[in-house]
Design a protein around this ligand. Structure first.
Ligand code: ACO
Length: 322
């Protein structure tokens, strides 16, 4: 057999095709990254015509994996078992190669979107809904969808799903024959330490600590076919709305936001500040305003991080509107 390494090497980003099967047909898309699975070079060596099909049904996201190739180099140390490698990142229930079995399982499954519906919105005549759930309530679904975090967020890793503090927000298209998954976000609640005085005062007065929390948006993914259609914005705003209504939450922050996510967050936050009149003419910024009291007041009302608020103020100043 001739041995030309180039002919036996394929880009793992090109070889992997992800599909979502809806009742009226499947749609497919490619991953943004595969290095967490196949290594930094994102190349797979030792196969010809390698095709990795990773399919999910659109509602329960029950996974199916099929790896095919026309030939494979034998007796070579550098050749990975593609199927076994990918299965390390997928739930144990993943059905391999037997498509009919997968279709039967999907058909028999009585799936219901976990959690509580918090928002509904429309794009054209299609309806979309956002659900909020604890991670434990959505654990089965989370184990199926968490691979999207590795495939679409740079430098992402799996979260500890056994920690009960995680919550998950899910976006589904809900106007079709069957709900169809659009994206999700995971959020962690950290204890917010206000000050020693407040901490001790609350502890002394009530016996029970009225703990305040900081919500950290950890992972946020909208699947490629749905990107650039306003779903990210709807999900982010829906989540922020929930945090604003929760008296325990003092601050909303984001873990390692990507440039794209920063964009989305800045636009949504800035619009919110304008909507709430934060930069209105009533605030006389040229004289007489106690700036530090104003910052404190706005931050506590909007639950923005200080750094994010400073960025937004700078953007508003550049816009030259206040
Ligand atoms: N039609 C056309 N365009 C629209 C519409 C619409 N109806 N509504 C909004 N848009 C525009 C927005 O104005 C925005 O424009 P801009 O790029 O010029 O700012 C753009 O579409 C994106 O906004 P959304 O559509 O709301 O965002 P999207 O749904 O694409 O989600 C996200 C953005 C989350 C970054 C998504 O692209 C994604 O999942 N990317 C891959 C993973 C990722 O990077 N996740 C974030 C990592 S950071 C973290 O996890 C904390």
């Amino acid at each position: 057999m001739s041995f030309d390494p180039d002919k036996w090497t394929v880009s793992s980003n090109d070889a992997l095709q992800i599909s979502l099967a809806e009742p009226q047909g499947a749609f497919s898309f490619r991953p943004a990254f595969t290095y967490p699975v196949f290594g930094d070079s994102e190349q797979i060596f030792g196969y010809k015509d390698l095709k990795i099909a990773l399919a999910f049904d659109c509602a329960a996201l029950f996974p199916f994996l099929s790896v095919t190739y026309s030939s494979k180099l034998e007796n070579h140390d550098d050749i990975i078992d593609v199927q076994a490698k990918l299965l390390e990142f997928l739930p144990k229930e993943t059905i391999i190669s037997d498509e009919n079995k997968w279709l039967d399982v999907v058909e028999a499954d009585k799936f219901e979107i976990p959690g509580t519906k918090i928002k509904t919105y429309h794009r054209g005549d299609e309806e979309f809904s956002i659900y909020k759930s604890t991670l434990s309530e959505a654990s089965k679904l989370h184990l199926r969808i968490r691979i999207f975090v590795l495939l679409f967020i740079e430098a992402a890793s799996y979260i500890d799903e056994t920690d009960p503090v995680w919550e998950i927000y899910l976006v589904y298209k809900t106007s079709g024959e069957k709900p169809s998954f659009v994206g999700f976000s995971t959020v962690y609640s950290y204890w917010y330490f206000e000050s020693m005085e407040k901490h001790d005062l609350v502890a002394l007065k009530n016996d029970v600590l009225d703990l305040k929390i900081r919500k950290k948006i950890s992972q946020f993914v909208i699947l490629p076919p749905y990107q650039q259609k306003g779903h990210g914005r709807e999900l982010y705003s829906g989540m922020v709305e929930q945090f604003l209504q929760d008296d325990q939450v003092l601050e909303i922050c984001v873990e390692d936001p990507s440039e794209q996510f920063d964009d989305l967050r800045d636009r949504c936050d800035l619009e919110r500040l304008y909507r709430e009149g934060v930069f209105s003419e009533e605030n006389d910024f040229t004289s007489g305003l106690d700036v530090s009291a104003w910052i404190k007041k706005v931050i506590s009302k909007t639950k923005l991080e200080k750094r994010q608020f400073a960025r937004l103020v700078e953007m508003a100043m550049l816009k030259n509107e206040f």
